[in-house]
Design a protein around this ligand. Structure first.
Ligand code: ADE
Length: 424
């Protein structure tokens, strides 16, 4: 498709997304009136999807100047990137960019000398702190979208390296209990199916990690008729998985049992060559954690006797002689990168609407609590959005869905503040 047609396709997709992002559109209306970001520059490294485009347009409506690149070399939706560019927005990146290009695009975004950074995985923040510290002068704060990014920020905090306030948008209830659970759950299965067209019914699906993302994947795989095994390193989520009716065991024991493997741990080398050696012939390996290190793809590549691209996001690795009694094949999806954004379109718009209301309101909060002009300035470090903002997002979304809920009666309000009233 030529650039013009790509941009037209992108525009249609953005329009479709915005129709399903009612809560974010409500914020946009307010921003358009109040212009909270007037004169501010926002640098974004988020997956360039139709939903992210809706967020970009919301910041612009609020008066911001925005530059955006992707936070993953495989997740850019090229039509959306073209549509943004056609509207004069500084958007960098394409699906399949190299690692080198990835970093050059991050730096192009930083060239605007941002006042606010928005990350999904903490690459902008680390780039600024490690390579371009002079940019710190202009920055009032940042936002982080994902668990992996928060883990990195906490490590920076521990090293006293973090020099500006960052809001952990991931930790909003309306983000991690919705996006990580329902979003990752659906989009991961969608990515695996789009890449392979495999049937889930009757398969054994091994899910590594039982955080919110793992829980969502397990629920959806079970719903499609799969037998789910969970692997964990943490006793409490392991217990939850067992109580939710899943089998729990170490990866070493799960490896020979699984047909489909999904990693969502945020850690590295959760599936290693030693596991692959005991897997069934034809096992499918997919990752839905932020970075491409959860499956040791480099190790698999080294140990394999043959590598073949079977379909766009499906690579076959052969061990031993193909077709021989000892020959074995496994399929790695999307090179071990986020399968939901590489082989599919990421989370659906409805769920991203809530996550991105969090981003939009976190940026507004940063402006209101800016060290120069704001009230109660935020110190460098990781911060959370106040509960009432999270509640506001949940209420907005309920409103969009046409769901009404009860209100406490005055008697109930009083009762909740009372400690003397107990057993009758
Ligand atoms: N992360 C997961 N799904 C996404 C989407 N659709 N857009 C942006 N970021 C995402």
């Amino acid at each position: 498709m030529n650039k013009k047609n790509l941009a037209l396709q992108g525009r249609n997709n953005i329009e479709l997304a915005e129709k399903n992002m009612g809560a974010l559109m409500k914020l946009r209306e307010n921003f358009a009136r109040l212009k909270p970001f007037k004169g501010l520059k926002i640098a974004m490294a988020l997956h360039i999807t139709k939903e992210t485009a809706a967020l970009v347009r919301t910041f612009i409506a609020g008066g911001a100047n925005v530059a955006i690149t992707s936070c993953n070399p495989l997740s850019t939706q090229d039509d959306v990137a073209e549509a943004l560019k056609a509207d004069g927005i500084a958007a960098y990146g394409y699906k399949g960019e190299t690692g080198r290009e990835y970093y050059s695009f991050l730096n192009k975004v930083l060239d605007i000398k941002p006042n606010i950074t928005i990350d999904d995985g903490c690459d902008l923040v680390t780039q600024i702190h490690l390579k371009r510290p002079t940019l710190l002068r202009e920055i009032i704060g940042g936002c982080e979208e994902t668990t992996t990014g928060i883990i990195r920020l906490r490590a920076m905090e521990r090293d006293r390296a973090l020099k500006y306030p960052i809001i952990a948008v991931n930790d909003n209830k309306t983000k991690h209990l919705m996006d990580n659970y329902y979003g990752t759950g659906q989009s991961t299965i969608n990515g695996i199916i789009r890449a392979t067209n495999v049937l889930f019914a009757g398969k054994t699906v091994v899910i590594a990690g039982y955080g919110d993302c793992g829980k969502g994947c397990a629920m959806r795989a079970k719903g499609m008729g799969a037998n789910v095994i969970v692997t964990e390193v943490d006793a409490f989520p392991a217990l939850q998985a067992q109580m939710d009716g899943f089998r729990v065991m170490p990866m070493k024991d799960a490896a020979p049992k699984g047909d489909i493997f999904i990693t969502v741990t945020g850690n590295k080398h959760v599936i290693r060559v030693e596991h692959v050696h005991t897997m069934k012939n034809g096992a499918i390996l997919a990752n839905s954690g932020h970075f491409d290190i959860e499956i040791d793809v480099a190790g698999i590549k080294k140990a394999a006797t043959q590598k073949k691209q079977i379909r766009p996001f499906m690579t076959r690795y052969t061990f031993g002689k193909r077709g021989s009694a000892h020959g074995k094949e496994v399929y790695v999806l999307a090179d071990g990168r986020l399968v939901n954004l590489s082989a599919a379109e990421g989370h659906p718009s409805e769920v991203m609407s809530m996550s991105f209301c969090g981003q939009a309101l976190a940026c507004e909060y940063l402006v209101q609590h800016n060290g120069v002009k704001g009230k109660n300035p935020l110190k460098p470090g990781v911060h959370y959005l106040p509960e009432e903002i999270d509640q506001k997002i949940a209420s907005l979304q309920l409103g969009v869905m046409g769901v009404k809920i009860d209100k406490l009666t005055p008697e109930q309000v009083r009762y909740l503040k009372e400690w003397k009233e107990g057993t009758n």
